[in-house]
Design a protein around this ligand. Structure first.
Ligand code: DAH
Length: 339
């Protein structure tokens, strides 16, 4: 009987190391130690043994049982660890992976132009001022001295929400807001979107961008206007750039002018971009009209100022050689990634 027990121990301990799954291990346990198991069957037969033999065989049987149980639980522990390791490996999240970095964005060419211009003005002590795109009609027209019957007020030119509220057609509205918010000295610029009723084509869009500028202080003259804008043109378009101020008419400035700058494609020689003139129109400007100052609560006898408004979309197209305005608003990443 003792040999039988030791044989069971031997074969069972030989089987255990090669087991590969929990079910197989449990089958071995049941086959050997279970109710109908080999070892259990032998133990059941112990009643037939003599009184001398019984404790000896009993001791051996217990040792065999313990050895097998220990081997099974050791194997079980090894397999549990293996299962856990595999699970950890397959479920690992690599926290160093950064999905966002796969799609690196960069500044839109239009916003690069804005950033460049803002930086130039900031270096001259201008502050950036903001105004809403949905604006009171009176800020867009009345406060800016635009006559009641002016065609720009017409619904065919301006987007109206109702009689009093519109989408601003010019960033000049920010002049009004700046003057109402603060006493002079005022030195602000304001880039932003403006809207006009226009069909979309290669050179027109109902949404476009302007940057407005306003300086109000004592003794501000046309010389300040010209000096400032000529300096900005040279920084923005190259130090060789020359500027020309042509008389013009705006309701909110008197006198008013348009500023042309040397064509930055042909450097003034004459090309397709400047239509052979050597110059490109860059902005509208003038001395702030006394009516505008007065309506915004500033005494025109004490203070004077200059203002300007520059279109940004055409400038960006020239700068980057873009021939269709629609591309700027297309959101096409293939187009945008060129810049
Ligand atoms: N608001 C004008 C426009 O949209 C541009 C402009 C002209 C702005 C003269 C000014 C200015 O501030 O003084 O055409």
């Amino acid at each position: 009987m003792k040999d039988q027990l030791l044989q069971i121990q031997k074969t069972t301990l030989e089987r255990i190391p090669s087991v590969t799954d929990m079910k197989e291990l449990d089958n071995i346990r049941v086959e050997v130690l279970g109710k109908k198991g080999e070892l259990t069957a032998i133990l059941k037969g112990m009643g037939k043994l003599s009184n001398e033999e019984r404790p000896i065989i009993g001791k051996v049987a217990n040792e065999v049982k313990e050895a097998i149980e220990a081997a099974i639980s050791a194997k079980k522990a090894i397999m549990e660890k293996q299962i856990l390791d595999e699970k950890l490996k397959s479920q690992t999240i690599d926290i160093t992976l950064d999905e966002v970095s796969k799609l690196p964005g960069h500044a839109h060419p239009l916003y690069r132009t804005i950033a460049e211009i803002v930086e130039i003005f900031e270096s001259m002590g201008f502050a950036v001022s903001e105004g809403p795109e949905i604006e009171w009609a009176k800020y867009n027209f009345d406060y800016l001295n635009v006559p009641a019957n002016h065609p720009a007020r017409d619904e065919s030119d301006t987007f109206y929400f109702n009689d009093d509220v519109i989408l601003r057609t010019q960033t000049s509205t920010v002049q009004v807001r700046a003057m109402q918010a603060k006493k002079p000295p005022i030195k602000v610029i304001s880039p932003g979107k403006v809207y006009r009723f226009d069909e979309i084509d290669a050179t027109h869009s109902p949404l476009f961008h302007q940057i407005e500028g306003l300086v109000v202080d004592k003794n501000i003259t046309m010389a300040d206007l010209k000096g400032t804008l000529d300096y900005v043109a040279k920084r923005l378009l190259g130090s060789e750039t020359k500027t020309v101020f042509r008389p013009h008419q705006f309701y909110f400035t008197e006198p008013s002018a348009e500023m042309d700058a040397t064509c930055f494609v042909c450097k003034g020689v004459g090309c397709r971009t400047c239509k052979g003139t050597g110059y490109i129109e860059v902005l509208g400007c003038g001395m702030v009209h006394p009516n505008v100052l007065r309506q915004c609560g500033i005494d025109p006898d004490e203070y004077s100022g200059f203002a300007f408004g520059m279109g940004l979309d055409r400038l960006t197209m020239f700068k980057y050689g873009i021939t269709d305005l629609r591309l700027l608003f297309s959101g096409d990443s293939q187009f945008l990634s060129q810049f």
